[in-house]
Design a protein around this ligand. Structure first.
Ligand SMILES: [Zn+2]
Length: 279
């Protein structure tokens, strides 16, 4: 094994896994359109624990209300006060965790794949903003973004850096349509914003190779995307250290931490000149 196969995370890629990564790079070169689908497993390596399970954010701090969206609609002023000055454990825990998190090598490898034309779109279930911070451009955040704001009427997004919220006049309203503005994160009970969903299905319609990274993709709408690719005869390649519900239907499964596997995959694509100078 050469030095490049030992990654910064300390995970040692076996020769067998490395051979399969080389094969995956070949498949990606031959694909018409590659789309990546990511979930919580990718951000674990950035210090963001999953929501549920041992050590999970909600296990530790308590779960957000299951009717969060209905509560927002009933009392947007109170919901905004909670956003600006959270008092509930889960909201404080999430805010602190996400503020401190930084993109990891996996996020950067995905941004480099995109920059070099090897990945057309990235669909994420994560709300942590780490793909954007890593430089990803064609980014579809199906559960929204923790830091951004969104008009619940026209779905326009607002970068909080350029959107002033007057605490004396809550809730803020959309400068374009006058609708109420809420946090972009999709709350429990809230429909997935239709514009994102449409863009996801458009990307999936073109896709013939999907990388599914750090997620078992069992929850709608993410669950639909790999299935649709498989129905069309495309390939679904799972990158996950653990077996998941997706493993039995995936075309192949690459077992390893997302960052280590993606860095090595990028290396193989670059070695053949496909993910070169621009990345
Ligand atoms: Zn609006």
């Amino acid at each position: 094994m050469d030095a490049a196969a030992t990654t910064t995370t300390g995970f040692e890629l076996s020769a067998a896994l490395d051979a399969r990564l080389l094969q995956t790079a070949e498949q990606m070169r031959g694909a018409a359109s590659v789309v990546a689908l990511t979930g919580a497993g990718l951000s674990v390596e950035s210090g963001i624990p999953p929501f549920r399970g041992p050590g999970g954010l909600w296990t530790k701090y308590g779960e957000p209300p299951l009717d969060g969206y209905q509560r927002f609609l009933r009392d947007p002023v109170e919901a905004w006060r909670q956003r600006l000055h959270p008092t509930e454990g889960w909201a404080m825990g999430l805010q602190e965790t996400l503020r401190e998190a930084k993109p990891n090598d996996g996020h950067f490898a995905l941004a480099a794949l995109e920059a070099s034309g090897c990945c057309d779109a990235l669909i994420t279930q994560n709300v942590d903003d780490l793909h954007r911070q890593a430089g990803q451009r064609a980014l579809l955040e199906i559960h929204g973004n923790h830091f951004w704001l969104r008009c619940i009427e026209c779905h326009r997004r607002f970068d909080p850096q350029h959107f002033e919220v007057d605490e004396a006049r809550l809730p803020p309203h959309c400068p374009a349509c006058g609708g109420i503005v809420k946090g972009d994160t999709v709350s429990f009970g809230e429909p997935i914003p239709p514009d994102v969903l449409r863009a996801c299905y458009a990307a999936v319609a073109r896709c013939d190779l999907m990388l599914v990274i750090g997620t078992s993709a069992t929850v709608f709408p993410a669950a639909d995307f790999p299935m649709e690719v498989l129905r069309k005869g495309g390939a679904v390649i799972e990158i996950n250290p653990h077996e998941s519900e997706l493993s039995s239907v995936a075309t192949s499964s690459l077992r390893g931490p997302a960052a280590a596997v993606l860095v090595r995959l990028l290396h193989h694509l670059r070695a053949h000149g496909q993910a070169g100078a621009t990345a």
